[in-house]
Write a protein that binds this ligand. Structure first.
Ligand code: PLP
Length: 457
């Protein structure tokens, strides 16, 4: 949250920006403060109806607070309120968008690319699949059963067929099942998820690339959540290989508003071949797309977009460059270490069943009851008890298959096809320092959930 020093810093830089326009005849907005204060006071009390996303005790959904530099930069840009649709609407922030996006592309090993920011991961994925449709008309899109639900809906919007490829017990796209499906033909594009939304698992991109050489499909990597972890060092060998293979994808999506510490409204789509720009409707010759004088609106489906998003991202990357071994990478490492530490602790708690060893920073587990349904009810109670203590978790339904190494598929435990699990995303760098307190509270919540039977079962 803004503190007083940050607000003073913002005021200083707003004055500096204002001074740059001092040659204009003086013009000031003079909106009366009192009525605005009355409305803002109502707003601040209404905004209290939220979970405390900014606090380390919030570890539920994928909600990471923006970095202070991003909040300040975004606010500073609002003095201008640029629109990155065209250079006419936002010259400076369009240039910053190109620089920031090029740095993201370099993080994935691309020195050349076509790409831009979007309002979020959904729109970024829509553009990637739209280009895939232009290049492979009449073909089907396939994605793992743990892929984000948006791919199925986007395929529907685009009028493309969509199919799910089963996962293995580790939550990764099953390579044998994939090849069996590829042999039947007509898969034009495969969505490879690096960092699934539910479990943070990574599809085996390196092995999938070998199949691409044989079956010639396009590869779209949805790394909306996980992409930035390519900068991390302490990952498993399998995760490392998947990230290293990203440079060979055809398109990539990453969400700066997830792990990139940006305010909402910041996704990013990248294409390996700048030539795909030809498919965006435009009047200019193809060479226009590799020119520096590019209007971003000519290579994006969305028209008006906040230039402030680009300003915030540019400033964040200036302060925290996207390099292995840098401060930004170290913060992600903290998240990953926190997840491993919580996972190991849960493994040792006799009444807990962990789902998968975390590939990134998401941990899933449940308190073992007599059956799947009883365990699901327990998860709900732990969730409620923790919330009463201001510790905010999330819940996720986990299919029986992902637990087959833990509980035999024919066990009497299975009175349902899935079990509701507790899920936490340890996205904040501060989570690691707060783990001792988090564990203490979790233990209390789990004990109380076991002790107090459900009021109405
Ligand atoms: C979050 C997410 C999306 C959707 O992105 P939004 O920014 O929420 O629109 C798509 N795919 C994956 C893997 C995600 O984690």
């Amino acid at each position: 949250m803004f503190n007083q020093e940050e607000l003073a810093l913002l005021a200083r830089q707003l004055s500096a920006l204002e001074a740059s326009f001092s040659l204009l005849p003086e013009y000031k907005e003079n909106e009366a403060l009192a009525p605005m204060e009355a409305v803002l006071s109502e707003l601040s009390s209404r905004m209290a109806d939220n979970y405390p996303y900014f606090h380390p005790f919030y570890l539920g959904q994928m909600l990471k607070p923006p970095h202070p530099i991003a909040r300040l930069a975004y606010s500073l840009c609002l003095y201008i309120n640029p629109n990155n649709h065209a250079l006419d609407g936002g010259r400076a922030t369009s240039a910053m968008e190109k620089e920031a996006v090029a740095e993201i592309a370099r993080m994935f090993g691309w020195s050349e690319h076509l790409g831009h920011l979007t309002s979020g991961g959904t729109f970024a994925n829509l553009e990637a699949l739209w280009i895939a449709k232009m290049l492979r008309p009449g073909t089907t899109v396939a994605a793992s059963e743990l892929a984000h639900y948006t791919h199925e809906r986007i395929s529907q919007v685009l009028g493309m067929g969509f199919e799910k490829i089963p996962c293995d017990a580790a939550g990764r796209m099953d390579i044998v099942e994939l090849e069996a499906r590829l042999q039947q033909g007509n898969i034009g594009t495969l969505v490879v998820t690096l960092g699934t939304t539910a479990a943070g698992t990574l599809d085996p991109l390196d092995a999938i690339l070998a199949l691409k050489r044989k079956y010639h499909f396009r590869i779209h990597v949805d790394a909306a959540y996980g992409g930035y972890f390519s900068l991390c060092e302490g990952l498993s060998v399998a995760s490392r290989s998947a990230f290293e293979a990203m440079a060979q994808a055809d398109s990539i999506v990453v969400d700066p508003h997830k792990h990139g510490m940006q305010p909402y409204g910041c996704g990013c789509v990248l294409f390996k071949d700048p030539g795909v720009g030809i498919h965006y409707k435009h009047d200019s010759p193809y060479t226009y797309f590799s020119s520096d004088e590019l209007h971003l609106g000519e290579i994006s489906l969305e028209c008006s977009r906040a230039g402030a998003s680009a300003g915030a991202l540019w400033a964040t990357q200036k302060l925290l460059p996207l390099v292995a071994g840098g401060t930004f990478a170290a913060a992600l490492q903290c998240s990953r270490d926190a997840a491993m530490s919580l996972f190991q602790w849960l493994e040792e708690e006799a009444d807990c069943v962990t789902v998968l060893e975390p590939a990134l920073d998401i941990v899933l587990w449940f308190v073992a009851g007599a059956s799947a349904q009883a365990s699901s009810a327990l998860s709900q109670r732990v969730f409620d008890k923790a919330a009463e203590m201001n510790l905010h978790l999330a819940l996720a339904r986990v299919p029986k298959k992902l637990l087959r190494d833990k509980i035999a598929p024919d066990s009497a435990f299975w009175d349902a096809e899935s079990v509701l699990c507790l899920r936490v995303c340890l996205m904040k760098p501060a989570h690691i320092a707060w783990l001792p307190q988090i564990k203490t509270h979790l233990r209390v919540a789990m004990n109380e959930a076991v002790r107090t039977p459900a009021e109405k079962a």
